[in-house]
Design a protein around this ligand. Structure first.
Ligand code: NAP
Length: 293
């Protein structure tokens, strides 16, 4: 039985921790807001009162928190993982954060006697609930091998993409592609509505052709129903497009469509929609089209 500390029990972390417990591991969860450990405890896992307590006996530490400063705090804070985990512990960061900071954190973990992988995920809330996430893994091959049972309990497509930080680089590309799809789907829906087309019928036929996509399958209905409970928050996608913009600039490449959708995502957030699912980008397109009610 592997002892797993799971830090960050939000929309994604909570179902992932429950899957890991059901796969036969001993899971101890910690979340800043303690009530969010409830689903894990109800499934038979344990809640810890601090990160130090959660990681003290762990073989594996999983982290799933929102942003780069959160991961830095969880790993390097006084109460953090590097200060309190046992030597040799495998740290798997599932969060989506900056690739350059990830590479630095991996070096600091190694210096503290730990092993670290970046393992950001794609597949959304549904992927976490169904344990069908796509996981892009950066780090040493032997550590990826050691993590396979844990990764396999929460994901279906697991690919080692390179050294520390490479998983986050691939995830930034993932977020560029998803954001572009969401924006174009939102534009298509507003366009169709303007012509009074039966949008449900339109989405059905579009889904069967070249325009079909996982984004269309998961997000079109939310747009048609104006049902924007997250899911994946606009605040988080805004963060990810910032990560992409910085990394692309450092590499000296341009992402013109990424820049455009980054501005739309920023407008959605500035307009008060940051806590909505990213399909709520539709509201920004609707406002820009003068069709908001
Ligand atoms: P979320 O619902 O906001 O969950 C994050 C959790 O981390 C919250 O419960 C938060 O606690 C906790 N947390 C934050 N800082 C902490 C700290 N210092 N110590 C302990 N717990 C802390 O976010 P999410 O949607 O699960 O996303 C998590 C990560 O997965 C992000 O990097 C996101 O980009 C990525 N991701 C999300 C999705 C998706 O569809 N949602 C898909 C793929 C990847 P509080 O309750 O106190 O705020």
């Amino acid at each position: 039985m592997t002892r797993i500390a799971f830090i960050g029990l939000g929309i994604m972390g909570s179902p992932m921790a429950v899957h890991l417990h059901r796969a036969g591991n001993a899971v101890v969860g910690f979340n800043r807001t303690p009530a969010k450990a409830q689903p894990l405890v109800a499934a038979g896992g344990t809640a810890a009162g601090s990160i130090a307590e959660a990681v003290a006996d762990a073989d594996v530490v999983a982290v799933m928190v929102p942003d780069t400063p959160d991961v830095v705090e969880v790993l390097t804070g006084d109460d953090g993982v590097l200060a309190h985990a046992r030597p040799g512990t495998l740290v798997i960061d599932f969060s989506t954060i900056r690739p350059d900071v990830t590479a630095d954190l991996a070096m600091r973990a190694t210096a503290a006697g730990l092993r670290m992988l970046d393992a950001p995920v794609s597949g959304g809330q549904a992927g976490a609930q169904n344990a069908t996430l796509s996981i892009m893994v950066g780090g040493a091959a032997e550590d990826v091998q050691a993590a396979m049972a844990v990764l396999g309990a929460v994901g279906r497509t697991i690919v080692h993409v390179g050294p520390a930080g490479a998983g986050q680089t691939v995830k930034a590309a993932n977020q560029l592609i998803v954001a572009g799809h969401i924006a174009l789907l939102a534009e298509a829906v507003i366009f169709l509505e303007a012509y009074g087309v039966d949008t449900a019928a339109a989405v059905e036929v579009l889904g069967g052709g070249l325009a079909g996509s996982a984004v269309l399958n998961q997000k079109a209905r939310k747009m048609l129903d104006r049902s924007f409970e997250p899911g994946f928050r606009i605040d988080l996608h805004h963060k990810d497009l910032g990560i992409l913009a910085t990394a692309a600039r450092e590499a000296g490449v341009v992402t013109p469509l990424g820049a455009a959708v980054g501005q739309l995502m920023a407008a959605a957030r500035a307009g008060g929609d940051g806590a909505l699912d990213h399909s709520g980008l539709l509201r920004t397109i609707e406002r820009l089209s003068g069709r908001a009610t």
